[in-house]
Design a protein around this ligand. Structure first.
Ligand SMILES: NC(=O)c1ccc[n+]([C@@H]2O[C@H](COP(=O)([O-])OP(=O)(O)OC[C@H]3O[C@@H](n4cnc5c(N)ncnc54)[C@H](OP(=O)(O)O)[C@@H]3O)[C@@H](O)[C@H]2O)c1
Length: 335
């Protein structure tokens, strides 16, 4: 089968090549992947900046496909169904915190950037009917991360003011769509004016260019008392200033660090404002089901930056590295 493999070669770690079709173990389903989507972790893996890298590995945490075979011990009713895959591997029994043998589909286990994948049937979820295969493939990892960050950690509800950093990102855009659907008033930042315009069209109340000098003065004007929640996947040199935008007793939710580790933070500001700084990663299996139900109920459509054929998959990684995308980078794997 065709596959995109991460290999240990300093010249180019990604290679499109034939790999053996996976063999099913008891309780597993064989899914023919129709579409897969990239997450920033795939690019971190490519450049060696992800923990526990294993070579060779098939990357990809997000996929939508059709169940072609179910091994003994698995529910045969899945046969022929269009599905998306829950990318959590072994979240465990504590809804607050993933277990110690937790991992994410696509490293170290083989992922969705291949014609076929074998996963336990309990990782299958019916494809939302209002989504195409390409749209559905874009949903799992980023949708789950945004859902937990916005609701469980951010505590957002109708009427709240929220600030979302780096709106061109896959997670950030789901966070915006979820906030808008929940009735929260969402402001965003971006490095690109055009992305802010697109975010406004999706329901953002306003946007600010983080590449401008002293840009956090803008958000301070629209929310003089601060934001009830800030959803941040960037970190970086602006983190201290972004943290100051939090309302008293607000939730600063951090799920990523695309811009690197933060500059110094004014700690007294945090304790005097009773700030809650909350790390958030992916989400438990119940949240995955709740996220898909929320997307279904609100008929939310993932924002796709581009869809390209499998033969051009590596160029999607280049596009992500350059940061030009607005939304998810999707690969059409098979018909
Ligand atoms: N903890 C988890 O479970 C989890 C899950 C998913 C992702 N992540 C992490 O979260 C981050 C985003 O992931 P993703 O897949 O959504 O990535 P992505 O689609 O590649 O988006 C990255 C975005 O970061 C924004 N950005 C870059 N520099 C910035 C800066 N200085 N200030 C503010 N924003 C900046 C850009 O927004 P603009 O283009 O608008 O400027 C860019 O679109 C990554 O670091 C990823 O590893 C963590």
């Amino acid at each position: 089968m065709k596959s995109l493999v991460l290999q240990e070669d300093p010249r180019e770690k990604l290679v499109l090549k034939d790999s053996p079709r996976p063999e099913l173990k008891a309780g597993e389903a064989l899914v023919r992947i129709r579409a897969a989507a990239l997450n920033h972790r795939d690019q971190w893996c490519r450049v060696g900046m992800y923990p526990g890298l294993r070579y060779p590995s098939i990357l990809g945490s997000d996929g939508c496909g059709v169940v072609e075979e179910v091994a003994e011990g698995g529910e045969q009713a899945w046969l022929g169904q269009e599905v998306i895959l829950n990318p959590n591997v072994n979240w465990g029994s504590d809804p607050e915190f993933q277990g110690y043998n937790y991992s994410i589909l696509g490293m170290p286990t083989n992922g969705t950037l291949a014609e076929y994948i074998a996963v336990p049937v309990h990782r299958l979820h019916p494809k939302p009917t209002h989504l195409s295969a390409e749209e559905a493939a874009a949903l799992p990892l980023a949708g789950l991360t945004a859902f937990r960050a916005v609701f469980r950690k951010g505590g957002l509800k109708s009427g709240d003011l929220v600030f979302i950093t780096g709106i061109g990102g896959g997670v950030a855009l789901f966070a915006l769509q979820f906030c808008v659907a929940a009735g929260a008033k969402a402001y965003v930042s971006s490095g690109h004016e055009a992305k802010i315009e697109k975010a406004l069209a999706l329901g953002a109340a306003g946007g600010f260019l983080y590449k401008e000098e002293k840009w956090t003065k803008g958000p301070a004007k629209v929310a003089p008392l601060g934001f009830q929640a800030i959803i941040d996947g960037a970190g970086g040199p602006d983190f201290g200033e972004v943290a100051k935008m939090l309302a008293p007793a607000g939730n600063l939710v951090v799920y990523g660090t695309t811009a690197g580790n933060p500059s110094p933070i004014h700690i007294p500001r945090l304790f005097f404002s009773q700030a809650n700084i909350k790390g958030s990663t992916m989400g438990n299996d119940q949240e995955f089901a709740d996220m898909v139900a929320f997307v279904d109920a609100h008929k939310i459509k993932p924002v796709l930056s581009s869809v390209r054929p499998f033969a051009e998959a590596i160029s999607a990684f280049d596009e992500m590295a350059a940061g030009g995308q607005f939304g998810k980078l999707v690969i059409r794997v098979s018909e």
